[in-house]
Design a protein around this ligand. Structure first.
Ligand code: AMP
Length: 538
């Protein structure tokens, strides 16, 4: 028997249609890098996205073609999200902080045909063009000139040739709409291909109270970049809510704080490093946290307890969430527990300093680290490999030949956690060999490979050590070759020639011996335990 309800497809264009219909005049404010500002509405975003859809079609772009962006947060970038998917294309947001080999790999792997970029990233585009043969069209989002050595249209002129009198591409709700690459682990970056349906379901989850708690009265500043894990879905959820957006194309704490005050921002989302910068700025300026702020969403790395406490003392609701590019990214939310009102303040801070609880649509479990068939109890004590499944969790990476999940649909996150009896998730470690510094990944393995390339190094291991500003920084632990006296300065200089500058470990610890496992591998777990309380000199 068939049910009696309508075939209303869960496609992301329905989100922008809703925003323009029901919240037409709600504003999207952008503060550009040069200090100028734009104010548009959800109706304008839709109209411009339709014009972009026409421009893409005029350029011969077909459904499922990949349309890339290399850009910060601003309203034109938002237009391009809806314009790309509106034409039936797949939006591919590129992180400008990747290095050339990664940029080369992901653009060619994605086979991007169009690239929309910010003027400030023109040097990357100019340098990479010979390595990006698939890109046929370059469009510059902002600035007085394109910054490139060949003629490139400005975004407003490119869409300006069209009138917006068109329809969105139609298709299935399981069609792909967005591609985000994860990087940092060994091997090449991996593409996660979101679908219209998964994105709409995830957007509806994002609206809920434990996540972004969005409605049309919300004034949200998505500090999380639009190139990080689909900007945590805010561009989609925000349209469903008809929230006011406040974007800043620069992540300078002084600028962000000024925008908070002027636009009376009520909610904002970002990684701990960004929040730390803002709190420090406020302290230096002798100012309180802006009174309009009621909700802080923080994720991507563990939120320090002191930060949770600071916000809570200011009467702000903290949502400390866990997620991954592979989980669209909402995996857990900062939901209060059922007994919340009975808890004392310190106990409430303890709850919020953990990674929250899964929303409807996400299932979490921990399994034994050496036997994945052994599901661990939710006792708040037994830690194991964190697994996840649900309709917005990856099944297979883009162009991969095999699934990334087991026979029961569980995806291994590479995180190590305990789950408490009330379902609260608490991350304790990682099995993946990566370091997350200020929200960006550093591959320990690549650092180690670079280090052992030095003639004075016998063995090297890189581990992430807690850092007050960056959450984690790499500490390189090195065993010198016999009779060799290579020192920290020389080794850091050498590494600076082989890895990106921000990857170079701030400090290097020389030891006589590294701990090894029974199979002869360096035991990162033992090493992390040994350096857990390491104090950075600087
Ligand atoms: P990404 O795919 O770049 O968004 O990174 C996802 C990874 O970031 C997760 O697998 C965790 O290792 C880490 N992560 C995300 N949120 C948190 C959090 N709230 N606390 C600790 N680690 C987190």
């Amino acid at each position: 028997m068939l049910g009696g309800m309508q075939d209303w497809k869960l496609r992301v264009t329905a989100l922008i249609d809703h925003a323009a219909r029901e919240h037409a005049t709600r504003e999207i404010v952008t503060r550009w890098a040069d200090g100028s500002e734009s104010r548009v509405t959800w109706a304008d975003i839709r109209h411009d996205a339709l014009r972009m859809t026409q421009a893409l079609r005029a350029a011969g772009i077909m459904p499922t073609d990949r349309i890339a962006t290399l850009a910060m947060n601003h309203h034109r970038h938002l237009v391009s999200w809806y314009g790309a998917v509106g034409a039936g294309g797949i939006l591919h947001t590129i992180n400008p902080r990747l290095f050339d080999d990664q940029l080369d790999y992901i653009v060619n792997h994605a086979e991007d045909r169009v690239l929309l970029y910010d003027r400030q990233w023109a040097p990357i585009v100019e340098r990479m063009k010979p390595r990006w043969p698939t890109i046929e069209h370059y469009i510059c989002f902002d600035g007085a000139d394109s910054g490139l050595s060949w003629p490139v249209p400005h975004f407003e002129d490119w869409i300006g040739a069209h009138d917006g009198q068109t329809e969105w591409a139609d298709g299935d709700e399981r069609d792909p709409c967005m591609l985000c690459y994860t990087s940092g682990t060994t091997g090449n970056p991996k593409g996660v291909l979101y679908e219209h349906r998964s994105t709409v379901l995830h957007a509806m989850c994002g609206l809920t109270v434990p996540v972004f708690s969005l409605d049309t009265r919300t004034v949200i500043m998505p500090i999380v970049p639009m190139f990080h894990a689909a900007s945590w879905g805010i561009p989609w959820s925000g349209a469903a809510a008809g929230a006011k957006f406040v974007y800043s194309a620069v992540n300078d704490p002084a600028v962000l704080c000024a925008m908070f005050e002027r636009e009376k921002v009520t909610a904002a989302a970002g990684v701990p490093t960004v929040w730390l910068g803002m709190l420090q700025h406020l302290d230096q300026a002798g100012k309180p946290i802006p009174a309009s702020l009621t909700q802080v969403v923080c994720g991507g790395s563990a939120m320090p307890r002191s930060m949770v406490e600071r916000f809570m003392r200011a009467g702000i609701r903290v949502a400390h969430a866990w997620g991954m590019t592979e989980t669209s990214p909402i995996g857990s939310t900062g939901a209060e527990t059922a007994n919340w009102d009975e808890l004392g303040f310190d106990e409430q801070v303890t709850v919020k300093a953990m990674q929250g609880r899964p929303p409807f649509g996400v299932e979490l479990r921990c399994v034994d680290l050496s036997d994945a068939t052994l599901v661990l109890p939710r006792d708040g004590k037994t830690s194991g490999a964190l697994q996840v499944r649900g309709p917005w969790v990856v099944k297979r990476y883009f162009k991969a030949e095999t699934d990334a999940i087991d026979a029961e649909g569980w995806f291994d996150t590479g995180d190590v956690a305990v789950i408490h009896p009330d379902g609260t998730l608490q991350l304790t470690d990682r099995t993946k060999d990566v370091i997350k510094s200020g929200g960006e990944w550093i591959s320990s393995v690549e650092l180690e490979n670079a280090a052992v390339g030095h003639p004075g190094v016998a063995e090297a291991a890189a581990i992430g050590v807690h850092h007050p500003k960056w959450d984690e920084r790499p500490l390189l632990v090195v065993v010198r070759k016999p009779e060799n006296d290579v020192d920290e300065t020389a080794l850091r200089q050498y590494l600076g020639q082989h890895v990106a500058k921000w990857w170079v470990p701030d400090e290097i610890a020389f030891v006589d011996e590294l701990p090894h496992t029974g199979t002869g591998k360096i035991s990162k777990k033992d090493l992390r335990d040994r350096f857990r309380d390491y104090r950075w000199r600087a």
